[in-house]
Design a binder for this molecule. Sequence first.
Ligand code: NAP
Length: 284
Amino acid sequence: MTKKGRFEDKVVVVTGASSGIGRSTAIEFAREGAKTVLVSRSADKLERVADEIRSFNPDILIVATDVSDTEQVQQMVKTVLSEFGRIDVLFNNAGSSFVGRVEDSNFLENTREMMEVDYFGTIIVTKEILPIMKEQGEGHIMNMSSVVGRKAFPHFGGYSSAMHAISAFTDSLRQELFGSGIKVSIIHPALTRTPLLDHVRPEDMPPPFRRMTPITVDSVAKAVLNGVYYNQARIVLPFQPKVLILADAISPYLGDLIVRLLANKIFARLLGTYKGKVYHEISY
Ligand SMILES: NC(=O)c1ccc[n+]([C@@H]2O[C@H](COP(=O)([O-])OP(=O)(O)OC[C@H]3O[C@@H](n4cnc5c(N)ncnc54)[C@H](OP(=O)(O)O)[C@@H]3O)[C@@H](O)[C@H]2O)c1
């Protein structure tokens, strides 16, 4: 087992590492030589990911943690420090999602619940790890948002709000840490094929998603590693959403129009966001 790569012996904490984007990113960091810490609530799922990693990199640590629980996060950080002694990279990726209209009776409750994990979880883990990076005089925090963290989609008001909140938090943190040696990045991927929205019926998906071919977890994982390595402050993946974000900056009506058009098969084909298959037609 040789360890070579851009992250050789760097200690990398990945939250939400039991599934989807987090799982794939943790595996990529480990492939590139990192000492990887897998964090999520389910120890059994993390163990399966760790087993995959152990076949090529023995430096792996599992810490079952709910990121919305400050005490559990403090315990997780202690465990990482006693095992690896430092933390070089934090990927705040753990999250959940729900689909629903603002007027739905459970919208407020669902949004609160999701904010606790996606938004406050990101803050809790950051606040516990930041002093360690400060003491080291270096480190990198990569936060997970989404394209809808730059331009909201209908039926996705709660989730889009959480993603916008993470975006603003990251923007502020990056400026606060300027010159400290600690780098801060954010990634905004488009719809990605993971189990995240498996509980949503295809007809209930936000309208633009009904005609969108999801990108792969591997493409997001690669973008995360490159983002840390090259210190990219903001990553939008793939390139098409940049058109939407630019149009929305010019006029929200133009942004709204593009969102509506994304649900149109011909427009989506022309833009390259629809390649013949949608979310539930591609197995994870
Ligand atoms: N899929 C997409 O289209 C997409 C697009 C853009 C951004 N994102 C974002 O990417 C991130 C990962 O999502 P995914 O698509 O990879 O979904 P996923 O496969 O469902 O993974 C979600 C991960 O978060 C963990 N998690 C959930 N609640 C947690 C909690 N309270 N504490 C600790 N871990 C928790 C889950 O593990 P446990 O259940 O074991 O805790 C799981 O590992 C999310 O933040 C999501 O918002 C997703």
